[in-house]
Design a protein around this ligand. Sequence first.
Ligand SMILES: Cc1cc2nc3c(=O)[nH]c(=O)nc-3n(C[C@H](O)[C@H](O)[C@H](O)COP(=O)(O)O)c2cc1C
Length: 126
Amino acid sequence: MRIVYLSLSGNIRKFINDGGIEATEISYSNPLIEINEDFVLIVPSYDQEITDLMSEFIEYENNEENLVAIVGSGSRNFNDGFCFNAKDLSEKYNKPLIFKFEFSGTEDDIINFKKEVELIEITRTK
Ligand SMILES: Cc1cc2nc3c(=O)[nH]c(=O)nc-3n(C[C@H](O)[C@H](O)[C@H](O)COP(=O)(O)O)c2cc1C
């Protein structure tokens, strides 16, 4: 399962690096890349523009078909708006939101993220 992410202020990038996770970073200025295998998308939370930008990416080539699940990074200070971009994308494209974490995550978040990715891989191959 490929991990693909967008990171504007570096938190998700740090999460990926801390976790020693092999991943593909989407460029904010050039997000239209094709992912030719099953992938989990990690998105940060900012404003509606993020949902629009990620929608363009998801609808590019076969990306929507290969998108398996969504993960969000955000801040609980935003209360109901915690990880709202990830939630909106999950609903829009009918893909499960499998995990949420704050900022660049904790050690436990990294462990739990990896577990969720493994779980969804197992569920899909059954
Ligand atoms: C201007 C601004 C707006 C934000 N809005 C939200 C928000 O609505 N909901 C949320 O959960 N987090 C929000 N955050 C927190 C970021 O999503 C969080 O820091 C995230 O880890 C950023 O990931 P990145 O550094 O990889 O871009 C906001 C942060 C900033 C700076």
